[in-house]
Design a protein around this ligand. Sequence first.
Ligand SMILES: [Zn+2]
Length: 243
Amino acid sequence: MSTRALFRQDAYQTRCDATITAIDEQGIHLDQTVFYPLGGGQAGDAGTLTLADGTVLTIADTRKAQFEGATPDDAVHVPAPGQEETLAGLTPGDRVSAEIDWERRYRHMRLHTASHLMCAVLPYPVDGCSITTDYARLDFATVEPIEREFVEARLAELVGGSHAVETEWITDDEMAERPELVRTMSVKPPMGLGRVRLLRIQNVDLQPCGGTHVRNTGEIGRLRVAKVEKKSARTRRLVLEFV
Ligand SMILES: [Zn+2]
């Protein structure tokens, strides 16, 4: 029942043909997908599955599939409510055309890439992260004050610098030998597949990440720091929004 995670090869692919491998209480499982499942702080994708007869099934969310032996690539497509009749007509083996809500995903990609830039702006461990369509929320483990103007200016500089964003792969063993690459305390690197994906922002940042990113920081556009607050004695929370 394993899924080929096409979004890891090309985050800009918005559509693919696929075959339904299973339908259960979690949702619809496909042999391959462009839908990113909620993980690493990034929200799951929404979109549509179009059946061979033209019927359109609306997908409200994508989650990691839960079953014995599931890998981080195994995704399940969660249908929006009120489509019971269409769902009842589905059978494993049916072909579908899977298409993500690109506008929503592209906002995730821009904010997610910005959150990597934030790791270069603020050199503290990340103790929580949430990327949605409207904002990126990052918790930094630090007692140092964070200045909004400084963060906005430095971030704008890195966006304006149009740095290339690339993926690289290393083995699980190489990853285990380089713990300094891990910036996020709450998200473990996606290990267990034999190799780990690293995200490199040229001259800015390098860390393991399985999420979806833009190709160049220039695509992120203008962002503002909507909020800086003391979440706890040892954590500062920062919220980024599009201008
Ligand atoms: Zn990432």
